[in-house]
Design a protein around this ligand. Sequence first.
Ligand SMILES: *Cc1c(COP(=O)(O)O)cnc(C)c1O
Length: 422
Amino acid sequence: MNAFFHIDQARALDRQDPLAEFRHAFHMPVWDKQEVIYLTGNSLGLQPKATSAAIQQELSDWKNLGVEGHFKAQLPWMPYHEFLAASLARLSGAKETEVVAMGSLTANLHFALASFYRPSPERPAILCEAKAFPSDRYALVSQLEFHGYGEADLIEVQGQSEDGVPTEEELLQAIEVHGSRVATLLIGGVNYFTGRFYDMGRITGAAQSKGITVGWDLAHAMGNVPLHLHDWGVDFAAWCSYKYLNAGPGGTAGLFVHERHHQEALPRLAGWWGHNKSSRFQMGPHFDPIPTAEAWQVSNAPVLSMAAQRASLDIFDQVDLSAHRSKGLDLSMRCMNMLDALATELGEAMRMITPREDASRGCQVSVQFLERDRRFFDSLVKRGVLADWREPGTIRMAFIPLYSSYEDLARLEQILREILTA
Ligand SMILES: *Cc1c(COP(=O)(O)O)cnc(C)c1O
């Protein structure tokens, strides 16, 4: 059979891949005795092989130590979230004091907005991208309503392209036009639908120069693209850990708050885990915030879930992040080239909605098959290709540098070729 991307070429690239060994650190699902082609690490990252032992350690400390585990567990539970901070700081380009593992993504957006969305009648609006992830839109509209405003004050920047997701220039123009009316900007750093990656530093600077407080949703950015939250001067950001961070379903999320806000008297939805550690257990009536991002943490650490995250971050700690970035770009670029070649050869009506420039994407490829319906996608799944389907005709595929291989891509081509010519 002819192929654009040959399996021999793929295997040769796998042999040269400096990250190839990390695939063995993960459980790859096996269906019908064949490893699946796992392209949904942007929805749920695979399980590291070390996860089970990490959780088992906490279970056994709990079994043997009871409440004493808070101090005497191998990794004491009382400061457990602190064991994640260095790795999260490295991945987000932050200082350790600027990040905290806590809560869930949408909840963390609410906690951050409670502090950083402070509307006034002259500046009531929140600016976001059109086609934002639904949960983000629900959160933003509810925040507007909570403050006595409404949907009319949500400025959703519409893109001119077919998919409706704005480009960087369109966002910058909207900031220029609406800036004086906007209190807070909240945008997905990598768009979940198209995989578009914004120049977050540039947008942050442009918005702040208009007096706007800037937050980013990093659900599709953490563990995928290079981030420099501190240097970009981002006010706040939040992410989940079950996508690119491989911390398991519903894993503990994270929050970034820039250090310039740590000493400010901000409104806050407080809880005891944000209270000064030295006096927390004096159980006093007044909240004394820790002068770090931990001040936003409301509750004690969900240790079982954080143990899973620790196991995954241990892997990231060993990874050279520039090699990680290069591999994600290379695999996804080769995938786009393969899809282009296949569409041309077979006369398939197809539209790439992921930007092709390296600077504007991570490792996700979103492609629309304009004349195919869900049956096409179902036949991919039946052949062991786990991707994601969204109407209309859109397949999202993520090439995860830690465990995707070039052979996966060559096998994907074979399967697509068979289905599209059937
Ligand atoms: C995945 C995702 C979420 C999910 O929110 P949870 O609170 O973790 O359920 C929210 N926003 C974006 C942009 C996402 O991609």
